[in-house]
Design a protein around this ligand. Structure first.
Ligand code: UDP
Length: 359
């Protein structure tokens, strides 16, 4: 059998993966690298996958492994087998993985078991909460990666404290900001159009929730009870991750007078965020995007793996207690935003620095 030969394989599976991989696929291909672009199919519905590719003008993957919707371990074992099968049929000297999802872990394990060089983009973030699958994935992938591409100084410090050799660490900056910068004009100029389309007016809040730890009746009831206090003065828009919609539906929960909508394509979503008075979220990426856009963000978790968003002055980690949420929203609405946001290497050139480290 003749094997196809590539310079590098990039493996993605979820919405945040596509957003992180887009600038790198484009940069590598502009440099004439042959990229084997693999989609595990972990996120498959059109709002979480197909529309995002179109939106980011990201080319279709070469292969979609069509991972079935199943428990985490079943998905992991399916992905390990199918990625292994794909790599067995191709010559690939390097594999790149992104972030902290099941697809990231699966591809990392397969690459190293095949003695292929592995690089991890968005390395070194730590929540120190081992109950989060994402934290366990990050630790495992960082421990076996050959190149660790970190977004910020705090991530470098975490890796050094874990005795990872400094030679493997490259502080290249935040790749999500490459995507955000590339689309910034479009995002900002779409704001009015998106508000018209959704038939909403300012002032409004945007909320996203999807972390398994927050999807319990108790936590959700507490969060929505807190928000009840603000519904009179603010529209509250919730582009709902399928995991949130499914939880609400299957547990027969009812939260009235909130604007639940389908997940939005990337540009529309960030256009909406750019006009918000406040964002409430448990998302990792959104904490960074609100920092870059200088929008107030309250993180509905007990900790963050992105402390730079807090020290920059836009984000605050507040947990999920009802009284605390009410107090913090009031404080946030009365507070001023930082006059300037400037973070080292959040400059849109992360893909370039990754390329230069690898080639
Ligand atoms: N996002 C999107 N549409 C939405 C909600 C979020 O495009 O309706 C984007 C958001 O801008 C960010 C990414 O999805 O870039 C975050 O993904 P998610 O919250 O699913 O994952 P996390 O960042 O927590 O890993």
């Amino acid at each position: 059998m003749v094997k196809n030969s590539f310079d590098v394989a990039l493996v993605v599976g979820t919405r945040p993966n596509f957003i992180k991989a887009a600038p790198l696929v484009k940069y590598f291909e502009n440099k004439n690298l042959d990229v084997l672009f693999i989609h595990t199919g972990q996120h498959w519905d059109k709002n979480m996958s197909g529309n995002i590719f179109k939106d980011l003008q990201l080319r279709e993957p070469d292969i979609n492994l069509e991972t079935p919707l199943d428990g985490m371990n079943h998905q992991l074992s399916y992905m390990i087998k199918s990625i292994d099968n794909t790599l067995s049929k191709n010559i690939v000297p390097k594999v790149g993985v992104f972030g902290d999802v099941t697809s990231t872990l699966a591809a990392a394990l397969v690459a190293k078991n095949r003695e292929i060089e592995l690089f991890h983009v968005e390395s070194g973030l730590r929540s120190r909460n081992m109950m989060m699958p994402e934290e366990r994935n990050r630790l495992a992938v960082d421990a076996i990666s050959d190149y660790l591409f970190t977004p910020s100084d705090d991530a470098v410090k975490n890796l050094v404290e874990e005795n990872i050799s400094k030679e493997k660490i490259y502080n290249v900056g935040n790749i999500m900001i490459d995507t955000l910068k590339a689309n910034l004009e479009n995002i900002l100029s779409s704001k009015t159009h998106v508000m018209d389309e959704l038939q909403i007016e300012q002032p409004y809040f945007v909320m996203t929730l999807h972390r398994p730890g927050n999807l319990t009746n108790e936590v959700l009831n507490g969060i929505f009870k807190a928000l009840d206090a603000f519904k009179k003065d603010f529209k509250i828009l919730i582009p709902a991750h399928p995991r949130l919609s499914q939880y609400i539906e299957s547990n027969n929960l009812h939260y009235d007078n909130f604007l639940f909508i389908e997940p939005l394509p990337y540009i529309k979503f960030l256009a909406l965020v750019s006009g918000a008075d406040l964002v409430l979220t448990d998302s990792g990426g959104l904490q960074e995007e609100t920092t870059f856009l200088n929008i107030k963000c309250l993180t509905l978790r007990e900790e963050t793996e992105r402390p730079i968003t807090v020290s920059s002055g836009t984000n605050k980690v507040i947990g999920v207690n009802t009284e605390v949420i009410i107090n913090e929203i009031n404080k946030s609405l009365g507070s001023k935003l930082p006059t300037e946001i400037k973070i080292k290497n959040w400059d849109g050139k992360t893909s370039q620095r990754i390329y230069e480290a690898l080639y």
